[in-house]
Design a protein around this ligand. Structure first.
Ligand code: DC
Length: 224
């Protein structure tokens, strides 16, 4: 069993690289952001302010989140319904960020995340995987890139999905979300003391994956 934690701000390419690494290593990829997005989606559907901790906490007992894998792809369902790309909009990014600052939401999702890593070898991406969720992970990576590179990537991703926005809007949203995610009181997005910080600003996804494969080999002492 192996646990690999990849944390870092949005748009650093965590999911692209973690998916590629999971395929190379033959282990499961767990996208924890999808869990916060799903809660954000539910909160929005109930017309509740995502910053109102008390109101959001009251909704938690009516939320059942299930994580499963189909052909190696993670499927997250909310009360039995697969939300697909509905959780990937810029609005849901902001809702996810807001609800993720609420301690009750973080405790609600803690066991879901830990139990997956107890049963399977995983590469898990998020903001607090190395600091809170899997403090004993075999390898901890803090993946980052310049704000401009990250915003450009996120913009291209949204454009490819047909979501209308501008680069400036994406950059502004990203800066606001980074600030909120890294300065919140609970589980802020910061590197664990034993994490390796990896800046992939000028790398292609392939170069970044290759670099991380070498790092994982060094850390685990195994050839994968
Ligand atoms: O990785 P993402 O963009 O899908 O994450 C959406 C939001 O969820 C992000 O702004 C912060 C929050 N999040 C978190 O607080 N902890 C995690 N482990 C993953 C995501």
């Amino acid at each position: 069993m192996i646990q690999i934690a990849i944390d870092g701000p949005g748009g650093a390419g965590k999911s692209t690289v973690a998916k590629a690494l999971a395929a190379k290593l033959g282990i499961d990829y767990v996208d924890t952001g999808a869990l916060y997005r799903t809660i954000g989606y539910y909160v929005r559907s109930q017309n509740v302010d995502p910053k109102n901790a008390e109101a959001v906490e009251k909704l938690l007992p009516s939320i059942d989140i299930e994580l499963k894998y189909e052909n190696g792809t993670q499927i997250v369902s909310l009360n039995g319904e697969n939300l697909g790309d509905r959780i990937r909009t810029p609005e849901m990014s902001m809702y996810a960020s807001a609800v993720s600052a609420i301690p009750a939401v973080r405790s609600f999702l803690l066991e879901t995340q830990r139990s997956i890593a107890r049963k399977n070898s995983v590469i898990m991406d998020g903001r607090d995987i190395g600091t809170v969720i899997l403090p004993d992970a075999d390898v901890k990576i803090f993946l980052t890139a310049s704000n401009e590179c990250r915003a450009k990537r996120r913009y291209d991703e949204l454009a490819a999905k047909g979501i209308q926005t501008t680069y400036e809007e994406v950059l502004a949203d990203m800066n606001a979300r980074d600030e909120a995610d890294s300065t919140r009181d609970v589980a802020p997005c910061v590197p664990a003391p034993d994490a390796v910080t990896f800046d992939n600003s000028w790398m292609t996804p392939e170069e970044c994956t290759e670099g991380l494969v070498r790092l994982i080999e060094e850390k685990t002492g195994k050839k994968n």
